[in-house]
Write a protein that binds this ligand. Structure first.
Ligand code: AMP
Ligand code: MG
Length: 491
């Protein structure tokens, strides 16, 4: 099917052509009073969808699934996953894929309604989402996009007019989520654990064609797929480490094969630097702490590799050896790329080789940040301002010692201050969506429909590397420690 309607929707659904055991046809459950709360005009434009104001009501009907967009073929995807280390059968329990839309640049996107009602995979859940959690996903995913980090995106939030019960009563809402796909490590785990190897083979070819077409003609596409997915994941985690992002629930079902950040649940941005930082209320052991994210990505990629064993080589011990060779390269590649990223955060451009001296400089800065509970984002921004303007912890002797050492290293490398600043301004965000601001937005929008702070924040986060004085509120750190701050999965 490929039909383009007058609003510009251009569906070309390929997932539905896969073996039907991989999904179940599910239509969204109607909601009582759809009201369009947020609509992302920039994203709509990029997708080639055009709505005029008088379409608002229709749009709300379409983006709750009360009406089905022409060309859409709604389904829920089957998958499994390791949640906090434990393997479980899952599937879209509250999300419905409308289909795949092709934009004017011929790029394929999943169009998904999150919170669209029960499906075959809902288990004990209600299939719904709260307004607060969908607003949160909208803000954070759009912030990630502004930060130049691969991510699913948010086209709209529509309130449903229905109540959602969590620990208390919440307003229900549906998010229209856009992603290159929603194929997860967990999708492969589902197939490898429960389905015949022929389906695994079919699915692997589908994934390669869709996300890694350059691998189609390689000698061993499975091993190449493993490498490519691993490298994408390494780069993604390094981007998270660059901006202080904590995903919060890096279960294998929340890890995209396309290397995008997605399934925003209890995620948050770190203020004071500490590798053990955790905000998620359910992560009591710190499994998904800031500094653990690379290790977990490696663990998840290992689960992915296990699913590919029968396709890598007919001889399973040979296949395991080949997979291990790839997996064993993870730490080295990660460490090398992490060091390069951190070098760029202190103004040492990517074309300069790392050295023991530079590595130590980075480690010392991080140790100082831990000791002083220094803000991760603002500390790097300090390096671009004049020394005579240093205040607070940055005026301390300890920081000055480090600062002088840093200057000496820059000098040795032939990097002048302007060059360093140019590098730092490219890699270090001026603004991140700070937790206390995000919470304030959620209160103001959900309680009073007051969008002032929301609009300011979204505007700042569209160009988060560009300083503007009016967005200084996003630089202020919360008073006291925010370690008591908790994020929740379903609310
Ligand atoms: P998540 O924590 O959002 O990644 O979700 C993990 C699993 O639980 C997925 O299979 C979801 O579809 C399912 N799930 C989460 N919330 C609900 C809900 N309210 N109703 C039904 N299924 C849900
Ligand atoms: Mg999930």
């Amino acid at each position: 099917m490929n039909s383009k309607d007058k609003q510009g929707w251009n569906f070309d659904n390929s997932y539905i052509k896969l073996p039907s055991i991989l999904y179940s046809l599910s239509v969204p459950t109607p909601v009582s009073k759809p009201d369009l709360l947020l609509f992302n005009d920039d994203l709509a434009k990029y997708l080639g969808i055009n709505f005029k104001n008088h379409d608002k009501e229709y749009l709300a009907q379409y983006l709750t699934g009360n009406m089905i967009i022409e060309g859409a073929q709604p389904l829920a995807q089957a998958y499994a996953g390791h949640q906090f280390g434990h393997f479980t059968k899952l599937g879209d329990g509250r999300a419905i894929l409308l289909g795949e839309h092709i934009n004017p640049e011929k790029i394929r996107f999943d169009i998904q309604l999150k919170g669209a009602g029960e499906t075959q995979y809902s288990r004990r859940g209600d299939g719904r989402a709260t307004l607060r959690s969908m607003l949160r996903e909208y803000i954070i995913s759009e912030a990630m996009h502004g930060l130049r980090i691969p991510t699913s995106r948010s086209l709209a939030v529509v309130t449903t007019g229905d109540e959602v019960y969590r620990e208390q009563v919440h307003e229900g809402a549906i998010l229209t989520r856009i992603a290159s796909s929603h194929i997860r490590v967990g999708t492969f785990e589902y197939i490898s654990n429960f389905l015949p190897v022929e389906i695994l083979k079919t699915f692997q070819s589908y994934v390669i064609q869709r996300h890694y077409p350059e691998l189609v003609d390689t000698q061993n596409p499975s091993i190449e797929l493993l490498k490519s997915v691993m490298l994408k994941q390494i780069d993604l985690v390094i981007d998270w480490m660059r901006v202080g992002f904590i995903h919060g629930v890096m279960n294998t079902d929340n890890m995209s094969i396309a290397g995008e950040t997605f399934d925003y649940g209890p995620c948050a941005f770190m203020n004071a630097y500490h590798p053990n930082t955790v905000f998620s209320s359910i992560d009591t052991q710190g499994r998904y702490a800031f500094g653990n994210q690379a290790r977990i990505a490696h663990w998840n990629i290992t689960r992915f590799a296990e699913t590919l064993i029968p396709l890598i080589h007919d001889n399973s011990s040979e296949a395991i050896q080949m997979a291990e060779d790839v997996l064993n390269s993870f730490p080295l590649i990660y460490n090398e790329r992490w060091t390069r990223m951190m070098m760029s955060k202190i103004g040492i451009a990517l074309n300069i080789n790392s050295s023991e001296e530079i590595f130590e400089l980075i480690e010392k800065l991080l140790a100082w940040m831990i000791a002083e509970k220094a803000d991760y984002t603002n500390t790097f921004l300090q390096l671009t301002i004049k020394e005579e303007n240093f205040k607070g912890i940055y005026a301390s002797d300890d920081f000055k010692v480090w600062y002088n050492e840093w200057n000496l290293v820059l000098k040795k490398l032939g990097i002048n201050h302007e060059m360093a600043i140019e590098t730092m301004n490219y890699y270090n965000p001026q603004f991140i969506p700070r937790n206390h601001i995000v919470e304030k937005i959620l209160d103001e929008v959900s309680n009073d429909r007051d969008f002032t702070l929301f609009n300011q924040t979204l505007a700042a986060l569209k160009n988060p590397y560009q300083y503007k004085v009016e967005y200084d509120f996003l630089r202020n750190t919360p008073t006291g420690s925010d370690l008591a701050y908790k994020t929740y999965c379903g609310t």
